[in-house]
Design a protein around this ligand. Structure first.
Ligand code: WT7
Length: 653
């Protein structure tokens, strides 16, 4: 693991201001309490932060690792916890969210209104034959209906599988099939970069052969674009909602009732359906929402810029904030439409006080310059968060200085789709911040940096990030594939002393203060703009094109997106005559976007005649990464044919 050591030295420190600390939700006692009795600590959080229909008596059942059960004999309704109880506590008039469409249309929805809508939608789902455990695919833009749909599915004990609206019909179909979804909730289209992006045609294409498990499609009217219609299968959401009652009693479900499946890329081509359940998940996201963001629900206005198609949108735009009764901003579009200050305008307009976004966004704002945010009044901000990839110290400091007025705490939160909630982060008001470091596990979480043998490495030595005890919001498995679950995350440290431990797939080191520095993925997974993409998945998409004989994909570092997709492709001889290299590369870039989605479109495609392989036939991506990043090519002695890299670099020069 020494290959991913970092040479960064960062000496700037930002202690919390005494004023902030005085009214902070978190105190240093949290760590002490969690350390004294970890399970007791989580049980207390579950009782304090959530309302249970039937209280639990057992906290953790880890008798059959790696399959954990948290609060297993308790029962609760997740939607009730996010909605009804706030209304019952006389907070029904509190704004749940200020929604802003990209074209400038707006909707402000209170907790009472949202509760009524979710009840209506729950009745619609029930009338379509959806019940506990059924899977519902949600393929929507960032519109209020996405929130309503997710909470309605949760309310009836069904399982949502949100598919990011930027994914292709192919990707949608693969996810529908894997989960055997009965219903798809979609929209005619959404707004992005000033244009309507169609969604319904992708659903139609995904279901065209009539062989999927999907029985009905609910279509939200959003962009008013013309769409095709399949009678008997398709129904307008708006009509169905208008005809449904807004009375619906939330029933309690067992704490381990599945809440959602969310697909994420792994080392092999097939995306993994990460499964999360109810009680433990909601406990940890509610806890972290409150303490990591110093949330005061009565006064704060919180904005997480993530789309609900990603886990950040699930945990920190839906379940975390709503379990706490927070007031949020939700925004449909892109940061620079119709002008490069759109986000800052929204912060000014809604007086956002807590803001959570990704380093890739911060870096792109840095590039445009501080003049843009400085045109707006951002003085309402008091906490800033970052997620998705390591934040470079320069970007961290810029974020605090330019967006946070030089005073706000910045929390760098490390977690994953699999962890469900934040695992490593500073606590505002408690931690002295260190730019570039995600710092320490949150109270109740234990992580370590291990060597290959499963024992901790020394400080400042690179190693593998592992979670060393089960946590409430941990994934409960990979949908339909317990073996892959065991193999991917647990086999590495199955026999480690004190194990089994969870392998996160990230390299890391701890510094002399015990603070964690994340060093990037250790597997063939790339991180493009904070989104995980697998090299294998993109390679499969490339090879599915008739022109392509072989493909190798690497993540090359990129100033704005963190990593960018770079592909090396061997085209079949005859096809190569029909197209020039640049034509071929255009066609293939488009092909990948159609197969997977625009986020996977390679930045660069090199047409090559050979790929570097070991004697056993494994592609040496390390060498291709050297080429893609413009470095001197490293050690080639393990190649079957050592002249290959010379041929490739000569050709590209
Ligand atoms: C991977 C998980 C968690 C929501 C967004 C991404 C990287 C995430 C950080 C951070 C360094 C980070 C890791 C992780 N990552 N946050 N604060 N510092 N790296 O979720 O798609 O499941 O990706 O994102 O590599 O393993 P995801």
């Amino acid at each position: 693991m020494t290959s991913i050591d970092s040479l960064l030295h960062e000496n700037r420190r930002f202690p919390p201001s005494p004023e902030f600390a005085a009214s902070a939700v978190a105190g240093p006692d949290l760590y002490e309490r969690a350390e004294a009795d970890r399970l007791g600590f989580w049980a207390a959080q579950a009782r304090e932060l959530l309302t249970w229909e039937t209280p639990f008596s057992q906290t953790l059942d880890w008798s059959n690792p790696p399959f954990a059960k948290w609060f297993a004999d308790g029962r609760l309704n997740v939607a009730y916890n996010c909605l009804d109880r706030h209304v019952e506590a006389r907070n029904g008039n509190r704004v749940a969210f200020h929604w802003e469409g990209e074209p400038g249309d707006t909707r402000t929805v209170t907790y009472a209104e949202l509760t009524a809508e979710v009840k209506r939608a729950a009745n619609v789902l029930t009338s379509l034959g959806i019940g506990q455990g059924d899977r519902v695919a949600i393929y929507l833009p960032m519109i209020p209906e996405a929130v309503v749909a997710m909470l309605a599915v949760a309310r009836i004990g069904a399982v949502h599988s949100v598919v990011f609206g930027g994914f292709s019909s192919e990707s949608l179909r693969a996810r529908i099939d894997d989960a055997s979804a009965k219903l798809v909730i979609t929209a005619d289209g959404g707004w992005r970069k000033g244009k309507v992006v169609q969604l319904k045609p992708a659903v139609d294409a995904a279901l065209a052969d009539g062989k999927s498990t999907v029985e009905s499609v609910l279509v939200v009217r959003r962009a008013q674009n013309a769409i095709d219609w399949t009678d008997g299968r398709d129904q307008w959401w708006n009509d169905a909602m208008a005809g449904a009652a807004d009375e619906h009693e939330a029933q309690g479900f067992e704490a381990e009732n599945p809440l959602f499946i969310l697909y994420t890329s792994g080392t092999t081509g097939k995306p993994k359906g990460i499964l999360h359940t109810s009680g433990g998940y909601l406990t940890q996201v509610a806890f972290t929402q409150k303490f990591v963001f110093d949330l005061h629900p009565e006064t704060d206005v919180y904005w997480c810029t993530a789309d609900v198609g990603w886990v950040t949108g699930h945990s920190y735009a839906i379940y975390g904030p709503m379990a706490n009764g927070a007031t949020q901003v939700l925004y449909e579009g892109t940061p620079d439409t119709p002008h490069p200050g759109r986000w800052w305008e929204l912060i000014q307009k809604y007086k956002v006080s807590i803001f959570y976004t990704a380093p890739t966004a911060i870096r792109s704002f840095m590039k445009v310059g501080r003049e843009i945010p400085q045109r707006f009044d951002l003085s309402s901000l008091r906490v800033l968060g970052s997620v998705g990839e390591p934040i470079n110290p320069e970007a961290w400091v810029w974020y605090r200085e330019v967006i946070g007025g030089g005073t706000t705490p910045v929390v760098d939160t490390w977690w994953q789709t699999e962890t469900g909630g934040i695992m490593v982060s500073a606590l505002p008001g408690v931690t002295t911040a260190k730019p570039g470091s995600a710092q320490v596990p949150i109270p109740g979480i234990t992580v370590d940096v291990l060597g290959d043998d499963g024992t901790p490495v020394e400080n400042n030595q690179g190693g593998l990030l592992a979670v060393t005890a089960p946590w409430p919001s941990m994934l409960r498995g990979i949908w339909g594939d317990p073996d892959r679950f065991r193999e991917t995350y647990w086999s590495k440290f199955w026999d480690a002393p004190g194990g089994p431990f969870y392998l996160a797939g990230d390299g890391a080191h701890k510094d002399e203060d015990g603070d964690l520095w994340l060093l990037g993925r250790i597997d063939d997974v790339m991180n493009v703009s904070g989104h995980r993409l697998s090299t294998a998945e993109i390679e499969s998409a490339l090879v599915s094109h008739p022109w392509v004989a072989e493909a190798a994909v690497v993540g090359a570092s990129d100033e704005t997106t963190g990593q960018a997709v770079v592909a090396f492709v061997i085209v079949k001889a005859r096809q190569a005559d029909v197209a020039t290299a640049s034509e071929a590369s255009d066609v293939l870039r488009k092909h990948v976007a159609e197969q997977i989605g625009a986020i996977a479109r390679p930045r660069t495609i090199y047409i090559v005649s050979e790929l570097p392989k070991t004697r056993s036939g494994k592609i040496m991506r390390r060498l291709l990464r050297d080429v893609a990043e413009g470095r001197e090519v490293g050690d080639t002695t393990t190649l079957a044919d050592t002249s290959v890299m010379q041929i490739i670099t000569d050709k590209l020069r």
